[in-house]
Design a binder for this molecule. Structure first.
Ligand SMILES: *[C@@H]1O[C@H](CO)[C@@H](O)[C@H](O)[C@H]1NC(C)=O
Length: 156
């Protein structure tokens, strides 16, 4: 059992270093909502549009500078450009309706040292108040989301 766990840790380490050599930083987050995926979809889309690039960006911290890339009934893709670092995160939200609405969010950055991926995703969830929707649950960890354990999304 112990050697199995060690092997798993070792493999995970290898996978992580491959990710780093790749020259990208990635973050994956799963959310569950007790409301319909249609409601989630509309809220996410509305929030991205509300935070598109505009003059007030300077005072909004990271809560601006989103751009919608494409939409289809169960997939939203967007980008977030940090107004301070100018780094670009590619974002994707995949929605799956079952008894609850399951959403998989993925963020990718070309810079392996960029740990803003998590905030780029979660800020949209909080901004649209989806984090107080019925049945809200969030799943992630630092292995599948670079910077998950250290992120401070409240930065001015
Ligand atoms: C989102 O809101 C929760 C409280 O529901 C809070 O704990 C968390 O820090 C917030 N995250 C962001 C990115 O603002």
């Amino acid at each position: 059992m112990r050697s199995l766990m060690l092997a798993a840790v070792f493999l995970l380490g290898a996978a992580l270093s491959i990710t780093v050599q790749d020259g990208t930083a990635q973050c994956k987050v799963k959310w569950l909502f007790g409301i319909s995926c249609q409601d989630v979809y509309v809220k996410l889309l509305t929030q991205i549009k509300a935070w598109q690039i505009r003059q007030s960006c300077f005072y909004a911290g990271e809560k601006c500078s989103y751009e919608l890339v494409s939409t289809s009934p169960y997939l939203i893709t967007a980008t977030h450009t940090s107004p301070t670092t100018k780094k670009v995160n590619d974002l994707q939200f995949l929605l799956e309706q079952s008894t609850v609405c399951k959403v998989t969010g993925e963020a990718m950055s070309g810079d392996p040292a960029d740990d803003t991926n998590y905030c780029s995703l979660q800020n949209l969830i909080n901004g649209s108040e989806l984090n107080s929707a019925e049945g809200y649950k969030q799943f992630s960890n630092k292995w599948i989301c670079a910077g998950f354990d250290t992120a401070n999304c409240i930065l001015p």
